[in-house]
Design a binder for this molecule. Structure first.
Ligand SMILES: Nc1ncnc2c1ncn2[C@@H]1O[C@H](COP(=O)(O)OP(=O)(O)OP(=O)(O)O)[C@@H](O)[C@H]1O
Ligand SMILES: [Mg+2]
Length: 356
């Protein structure tokens, strides 16, 4: 696989503020990469650095093998799609699409043909004569995409392109964008703060926090083996439960501290006796059963149903969230048995949060 985008030791400072910290990222041609993380973690800064809209302070940034550190945006041959679409309001869809070709000297007829071809792939053929104000949000988003596609860029850079759309359209458009990426054999970098979007769309997910890449890898690898507590809590919905725990004298057992309830279970690995750690368990990995029949009993505080699944909050300290498929029978005020499989526990160092 050829590498299309490569960042090595990239740092970005805004004055005294260190926005990107030693970023190392290699993106193979044809890959769909999602940059995900909480607000302010540096996603847009990283994307804008790829586009050349920000200069980097240190490190190397290569696109298709060429060093881009000092190359201006228009010479990088990448296309950016923003949340705001940034369409020209006084131009028709067709003119919006052909504009970048026309300023590069492409003949009118040829540009028109290219616009028609792209419009056919993005479902805009019947809208070419309309102005942006005459389009729905989803259609505007497609024009923004088409305008990127028509340039045959070396990479597509998306910054939260779907945040302005309603939930149903967002779900639809994310499939559409991914399908387009596949059809065009494109290389895409997609910024989102929505971990579901990242997990469902990307081949490779990069989780950022405070300018640092906390972990990167295939979506399910991040879900199965999060490198630290932050990634564990960020990937997965509802979020993973975290329970303070202490290793027993034998080094082969763990006592979970659920407030008044302490629960001891056997673990497969050998750990230093008395070591304090944080045990993580995903809501979907806790089973429920009748009182007295599970690993331990918990009081039910809240039951929320969506139809397809049921979220149960147990009034332990800390609270436990449990997801049950289907409707279930638990009611607030009940006591239920929960089943915890020690194999499904994730263990993290109490202070550093690093996976053990
Ligand atoms: N021009 C600037 N000058 C100083 N600080 C900046 C500048 N641009 C961004 N920052 C800071 O850099 C950090 C990262 O910003 P960035 O826009 O990359 O975050 P983000 O991850 O895209 O967040 P969001 O999800 O809210 O869009 C923030 O703390 C922000 O305040
Ligand atoms: Mg941003």
């Amino acid at each position: 696989m050829t590498t299309q985008i490569e960042l090595a030791g990239v740092n970005k400072h805004y004055g005294a503020f260190h926005a990107l910290k030693n970023i190392n990222l290699s993106i193979a041609k044809g890959t769909f990469v999602a940059l995900v993380g909480p607000s302010g973690c540096g996603k847009s800064t990283l994307l804008r650095s790829l586009a050349g809209l920000e200069s980097i302070s240190e490190g190397d940034l290569k696109i298709a093998g060429e060093l881009m550190n000092n190359v201006p945006p228009r010479k990088r041959d990448v296309a950016m799609v923003f949340q705001s679409y940034a369409l020209y309001p006084h131009m028709t869809v067709e003119q919006n699409l052909t504009y970048s070709l026309r300023i590069r000297g492409v003949a009118k007829a040829e540009a028109k043909k290219a616009a028609e071809e792209v419009a056919a792939t993005t479902g805009l053929s019947h809208l070419l004569k309309r102005y942006p104000r005459e389009l729905s949000g989803g259609q505007r988003q497609r024009v923004a995409m088409s305008r990127a596609i028509i340039r045959h860029p070396k990479a597509f850079l998306f910054d939260e392109p779907l945040s302005n759309l309603d939930a149903a359209l967002r779900v639809h458009m994310r499939k559409e964008i991914r399908a387009l990426h596949d059809r065009l054999h494109a290389t895409s970098v997609y910024v989102t703060h929505d971990q579901i979007e990242a997990m469902t769309m990307a081949d490779h997910v990069v989780v950022m926090r405070e300018g640092v890449i906390e972990q990167q890898g295939r979506p399910l690898d991040l879900y199965d083996t999060p490198a630290n507590k932050f990634v564990a809590g960020f990937i997965g919905s509802p979020a993973m439960n975290f329970i303070p725990a202490i290793v027993g004298e034998d080094g082969a057992s763990l006592t979970l501290d659920l407030g008044p309830l302490k629960y001891k279970l056997t673990i497969s690995s050998k750990l230093p006796p008395g070591r304090k750690l944080t045990a993580g368990i995903r809501p979907e990995h806790i089973g429920i059963t009748g009182q007295g029949q599970g690993t331990f009993d918990v009081p039910v505080a809240v039951v929320e149903t969506t139809g397809s699944s049921t979220f149960i909050t147990a009034a332990t300290g800390p609270e436990l969230t449990i997801v049950e498929t289907g409707r279930g029978n638990a009611r607030a005020g009940d006591t239920i048995g929960v089943i915890v499989d020690p194999q499904k526990l994730h263990l993290f160092d109490e202070t550093s949060g690093v996976r053990i």
